[in-house]
Design a protein. Structure first.
Length: 173
Protein backbone atom coordinates (compact mmCIF):
# COMPACT_ATOMS: atom_id res chain seq x y z
CA UNK A 1 0.00 0.00 0.00
CA UNK A 2 1.35 3.43 -0.96
CA UNK A 3 1.07 6.73 0.89
CA UNK A 4 -2.25 8.44 0.17
CA UNK A 5 -0.66 11.88 0.32
CA UNK A 6 2.50 11.64 -1.80
CA UNK A 7 2.06 8.24 -3.54
CA UNK A 8 5.86 7.94 -3.59
CA UNK A 9 6.66 5.82 -0.53
CA UNK A 10 5.05 2.82 1.18
CA UNK A 11 2.47 3.66 3.86
CA UNK A 12 3.84 2.76 7.28
CA UNK A 13 1.51 4.87 9.44
CA UNK A 14 -2.15 3.89 9.48
CA UNK A 15 -4.51 6.29 11.23
CA UNK A 16 -8.18 5.58 11.94
CA UNK A 17 -10.29 8.44 13.29
CA UNK A 18 -13.87 8.08 14.44
CA UNK A 19 -15.70 11.36 14.93
CA UNK A 20 -19.48 11.45 15.44
CA UNK A 21 -19.67 7.81 14.37
CA UNK A 22 -17.96 8.61 11.04
CA UNK A 23 -14.84 6.56 10.40
CA UNK A 24 -11.98 7.91 8.29
CA UNK A 25 -8.76 6.08 7.55
CA UNK A 26 -5.46 7.46 6.34
CA UNK A 27 -2.45 5.50 5.17
CA UNK A 28 0.70 7.63 5.14
CA UNK A 29 4.43 7.23 4.77
CA UNK A 30 6.58 8.26 7.71
CA UNK A 31 7.58 11.58 6.10
CA UNK A 32 3.99 12.66 5.38
CA UNK A 33 2.87 11.51 8.83
CA UNK A 34 5.49 13.76 10.42
CA UNK A 35 4.42 16.70 8.27
CA UNK A 36 0.69 16.29 8.96
CA UNK A 37 0.87 14.95 12.52
CA UNK A 38 -0.68 18.07 14.06
CA UNK A 39 -3.54 18.01 11.53
CA UNK A 40 -4.27 14.39 12.40
CA UNK A 41 -4.61 15.11 16.11
CA UNK A 42 -1.30 13.65 17.28
CA UNK A 43 2.32 14.63 17.28
CA UNK A 44 4.47 12.11 15.48
CA UNK A 45 7.63 11.71 17.52
CA UNK A 46 10.52 10.24 15.59
CA UNK A 47 12.31 8.85 18.65
CA UNK A 48 9.30 7.14 20.21
CA UNK A 49 10.20 4.67 22.93
CA UNK A 50 8.21 2.43 25.20
CA UNK A 51 10.02 3.68 28.33
CA UNK A 52 8.96 7.25 27.45
CA UNK A 53 5.36 6.05 27.15
CA UNK A 54 5.58 4.34 30.54
CA UNK A 55 7.17 7.42 32.11
CA UNK A 56 4.26 9.50 30.81
CA UNK A 57 1.77 7.05 32.30
CA UNK A 58 3.62 6.97 35.60
CA UNK A 59 3.56 10.74 35.91
CA UNK A 60 -0.18 10.83 35.23
CA UNK A 61 -2.27 12.01 38.18
CA UNK A 62 -5.17 9.86 36.99
CA UNK A 63 -3.04 6.77 37.56
CA UNK A 64 -1.95 7.78 41.06
CA UNK A 65 -4.71 9.88 42.61
CA UNK A 66 -3.97 11.51 45.94
CA UNK A 67 -3.64 9.00 48.75
CA UNK A 68 -2.81 6.02 46.53
CA UNK A 69 0.91 6.38 47.03
CA UNK A 70 0.88 7.03 50.77
CA UNK A 71 3.11 4.40 52.33
CA UNK A 72 4.42 3.41 48.91
CA UNK A 73 8.07 3.23 47.92
CA UNK A 74 7.73 6.74 46.44
CA UNK A 75 6.67 8.19 49.78
CA UNK A 76 9.19 6.17 51.74
CA UNK A 77 12.12 6.85 49.40
CA UNK A 78 12.83 3.11 49.21
CA UNK A 79 15.62 1.95 46.90
CA UNK A 80 15.91 -1.40 45.20
CA UNK A 81 18.29 -3.56 47.24
CA UNK A 82 19.91 -4.92 44.11
CA UNK A 83 20.32 -2.00 41.68
CA UNK A 84 19.63 1.07 43.87
CA UNK A 85 16.80 2.44 41.69
CA UNK A 86 14.21 4.53 43.53
CA UNK A 87 10.52 4.58 42.61
CA UNK A 88 10.90 8.26 41.80
CA UNK A 89 13.64 7.35 39.30
CA UNK A 90 11.40 4.67 37.81
CA UNK A 91 8.60 7.20 37.29
CA UNK A 92 11.00 9.48 35.44
CA UNK A 93 12.75 6.86 33.31
CA UNK A 94 9.88 4.40 32.75
CA UNK A 95 12.10 1.33 33.20
CA UNK A 96 12.87 -0.85 36.18
CA UNK A 97 16.52 -1.51 36.88
CA UNK A 98 16.38 -5.24 37.58
CA UNK A 99 14.09 -8.14 38.48
CA UNK A 100 14.34 -7.31 42.20
CA UNK A 101 12.58 -3.97 41.53
CA UNK A 102 9.33 -5.91 41.00
CA UNK A 103 9.51 -7.20 44.57
CA UNK A 104 10.44 -3.87 46.12
CA UNK A 105 7.99 -1.70 44.21
CA UNK A 106 5.27 -4.36 43.69
CA UNK A 107 2.26 -2.69 45.37
CA UNK A 108 2.99 0.62 43.66
CA UNK A 109 3.25 -1.08 40.26
CA UNK A 110 -0.20 -2.69 40.56
CA UNK A 111 -2.21 0.36 39.36
CA UNK A 112 0.07 0.73 36.34
CA UNK A 113 -0.09 -2.95 35.43
CA UNK A 114 -3.88 -3.00 35.80
CA UNK A 115 -4.17 0.05 33.56
CA UNK A 116 -1.89 -1.31 30.84
CA UNK A 117 -2.68 -5.04 30.91
CA UNK A 118 -6.04 -5.20 32.66
CA UNK A 119 -4.61 -7.50 35.32
CA UNK A 120 -1.65 -7.89 37.65
CA UNK A 121 -1.33 -11.62 36.99
CA UNK A 122 0.35 -12.96 33.85
CA UNK A 123 -1.51 -15.94 32.43
CA UNK A 124 0.37 -16.25 29.16
CA UNK A 125 -0.74 -17.52 25.79
CA UNK A 126 -0.56 -20.90 24.13
CA UNK A 127 0.49 -21.34 20.49
CA UNK A 128 -2.40 -22.72 18.45
CA UNK A 129 -0.33 -25.24 16.48
CA UNK A 130 1.68 -26.80 19.28
CA UNK A 131 -0.23 -26.19 22.49
CA UNK A 132 -3.22 -28.49 22.08
CA UNK A 133 -3.00 -30.26 25.45
CA UNK A 134 -2.10 -27.09 27.33
CA UNK A 135 -5.05 -25.27 25.75
CA UNK A 136 -7.43 -28.09 26.72
CA UNK A 137 -6.13 -28.03 30.31
CA UNK A 138 -6.74 -24.27 30.48
CA UNK A 139 -10.25 -24.76 29.11
CA UNK A 140 -10.91 -27.42 31.77
CA UNK A 141 -9.61 -25.04 34.45
CA UNK A 142 -11.97 -22.30 33.22
CA UNK A 143 -14.88 -24.75 33.10
CA UNK A 144 -14.18 -25.81 36.69
CA UNK A 145 -14.38 -22.17 37.77
CA UNK A 146 -17.70 -21.82 35.94
CA UNK A 147 -18.88 -25.04 37.56
CA UNK A 148 -18.16 -23.67 41.04
CA UNK A 149 -19.99 -20.44 40.18
CA UNK A 150 -23.00 -22.38 38.91
CA UNK A 151 -23.07 -24.52 42.06
CA UNK A 152 -22.86 -21.46 44.30
CA UNK A 153 -25.79 -19.92 42.39
CA UNK A 154 -27.65 -23.23 42.74
CA UNK A 155 -27.99 -23.46 38.94
CA UNK A 156 -27.76 -27.22 38.96
CA UNK A 157 -28.82 -27.83 35.36
CA UNK A 158 -26.08 -25.48 34.18
CA UNK A 159 -23.63 -27.18 36.56
CA UNK A 160 -24.52 -30.60 35.13
CA UNK A 161 -23.97 -29.33 31.58
CA UNK A 162 -20.57 -27.89 32.55
CA UNK A 163 -19.65 -31.11 34.38
CA UNK A 164 -20.40 -33.11 31.22
CA UNK A 165 -18.33 -30.68 29.17
CA UNK A 166 -15.41 -31.13 31.58
CA UNK A 167 -15.63 -34.91 31.27
CA UNK A 168 -15.60 -34.65 27.46
CA UNK A 169 -12.54 -32.40 27.56
CA UNK A 170 -10.75 -34.75 29.96
CA UNK A 171 -11.31 -37.60 27.48
CA UNK A 172 -9.51 -35.48 24.83
CA UNK A 173 -6.40 -35.54 27.01
Amino acid sequence: MWCERCSERPATVHVTKIVNEQKTEMHLCEVCAQETGGDLGFLFEQNFSFPNLLAGLLNSESLFPSGVLSGSPLQQGVKCSSCGLTFSDFRQVGQLGCSECYRGFGPSLDPLLKRIHGSTVHVGKVPRRTGGKVRVRKEIEELRKKLQQAISKEAYEEAARIRDEIKAKEKEL
